[in-house]
Design a protein around this ligand. Structure first.
Ligand SMILES: Cc1cc2nc3c(=O)[nH]c(=O)nc-3n(C[C@H](O)[C@H](O)[C@H](O)COP(=O)(O)O)c2cc1C
Length: 194
């Protein structure tokens, strides 16, 4: 199984990074082929909304990391996205990436009804925020991240098999044993060993 992990946190040793590293190690131990990319390090120009890609299936902008990441998404069997909550939503860098690759995630028929391009693939969403539990969920903080990613991944055909929503990272910044256990548990949902 080929797994692509996208880390949308700019902090190399932050909460998301630690959770994703645990998931990466566990997935490799179970025999998966894992690629990890840090969204903050990518060079991606913003979408110009010309809509040309919807009919041509290509982006008019000069090639940058958007096309490279789309190729990795196309090639993977499962996608793991780690995104800290910024303003109740995903970081702008991650949104910029997904805005650039709509044409490779979903098509549209003549009535503009979405046609998913990644049916049969699995996805895991990992999020964190400083708002403490349960308000990270009740006040739509990490829940806002999950909602935003479900919108993108859902229309693209991915089946979201697990989510992790870690709240209270300001008050409890350390990576705890309970975090590690949650990360190990979600990898099982990918059913790497069949
Ligand atoms: C620009 C910015 C906006 C943020 N917005 C929110 C927010 O809306 N709600 C929240 O609970 N935490 C917010 N945070 C805090 C982060 O979500 C939190 O520190 C998170 O755990 C960071 O993850 P990391 O350590 O993996 O980078 C924000 C942080 C930044 C830098």
């Amino acid at each position: 199984m080929k797994i692509l992990i996208l880390n949308a946190s700019p902090r190399p040793n932050g909460n998301i990074a630690q959770m994703l590293e645990t998931i990466r190690t566990e997935a490799i131990n179970q025999g998966a082929n894992v690629t990890m990319e840090r969204v903050q390090q990518l060079s991606i120009r913003p979408c110009m909304a010309c809509m040309k890609c919807r009919s041509t299936g290509n982006c008019v902008l000069p090639e940058d990391d958007a096309q490279r990441i789309l190729a990795l998404i196309t090639d993977c069997d499962a996608l793991v996205i780690g995104a800290p909550c910024y303003w109740g939503n995903i970081p702008g860098t991650l949104k910029t990436l997904f805005d650039r690759i709509v044409y490779g995630m979903m098509g549209e028929n003549s009535l503009a009804i979405p046609q998913a391009m990644h049916k049969g693939k699995k996805a895991i969403i990992v999020s964190s925020c400083s708002t403490i539990w349960p308000f990270n969920i009740l006040a739509n903080q990490t829940r806002g991240v999950v909602r935003a990613l479900k919108e993108i991944l859902g229309w693209s055909g991915f089946k979201i098999v697990a989510t992790i929503q870690k709240g209270g990272t300001l008050r409890y910044p350390e990576f705890r044993e309970s975090d590690r256990k949650k990360c190990i548990k979600v990898v099982k949902k990918l059913k790497i060993r069949k």
